[in-house]
Write a protein that binds this ligand. Sequence first.
Ligand code: PHE
Length: 341
Amino acid sequence: MSLAKLDSIKDAALAAFKAAPSSKDLYDLKVQYLGKSGSLTEIMKEMATLPKEEKPLFGKRVNEVKQILETAYSEAENALKNAEISSKMAAEELDMTLPAFTRPKGTQHPAAIVVDEIFTIMSRLGYSLRTGPVIEKDYYNFEALNIPADHPAREMQDTFFIDKTHVLRTHTSPIQIHSLENEELPLRVIGTGPVFRCDSDISHLPNFHQIEALCVDEKVSMADLKGTISFFVREFFGAGLKTRFRPSFFPFTEPSAEVDCSCPICKGKGCSLCKHTGWIEIGGCGLVNPKVFQAAKIEYPKWQGFAFGFGVERMAIIKYGIEDIRLFPENDVRFLRQFVK
Ligand code: PHE
């Protein structure tokens, strides 16, 4: 009697599982048949009324039915889930032609690109890169470079003072002193990084970048300096641009010169960028002043040297024909994107 009842519960459950229209209905059926107070649990209670010898067979059969129903349940559940996914996919249309969401990629700033290019050229001549502190002691920015306190030469660079003895470095030349103090001779270094001056117009920024070269060896002359700069300028700008050296003055070089490039905007005819001279100044150079060697406790004339320091943004202006130096710190992406390599 009970075995027959068990089989009919099984058949009813299998049929119901198969016919369930949704996962939710199927789950309700599972509770109904296999749950804590479901039909199968109920029928177990009838076991108590059975004669002793029928109990093991009945118990075994209940377990078999439970197994069968559980397997049938998970099969039905899978079938329903697949059907639900397929109908969802059929209903929702995916437009593969829509443009994808893209995040704009960052690129190097043109000033950084120029520094990289310059350093690549100079490293071929055996130069290695140094950066140095941006907040500099008065001693390194001025004193050791033969610019004593209260000397008129300090007027050449409008300075941001931090306190009595510290400044935002006004040039990369203090890197020369750090290298002379700490490195072995002979020496070939490139110093680069941000520098600061109270100055701002179409060709001057208060915060710009410089790149500086220092070469110290046993016999170094003005010819080495001119040869190195000419090589460097030709490699960087290409053969089309003219350069000239003008005698000048820097306290830390003797003799000193300024280096100009022909203006790329007006091609030498005269415009507002080159202040109608046809030339743009890119920086200064000269032979290391013996007073600088003396400050760094280096024996002169056993050791001699040359140095040059150029404005990075100036070089970029000339190379790319940019009309206003103030575009550099503005960080307008329309400007910056033009330099993506
Ligand atoms: N430091 C100088 C300036 O900023 C440039 C310079 C560097 C000149 C090295 C001579 C030698 O104006």
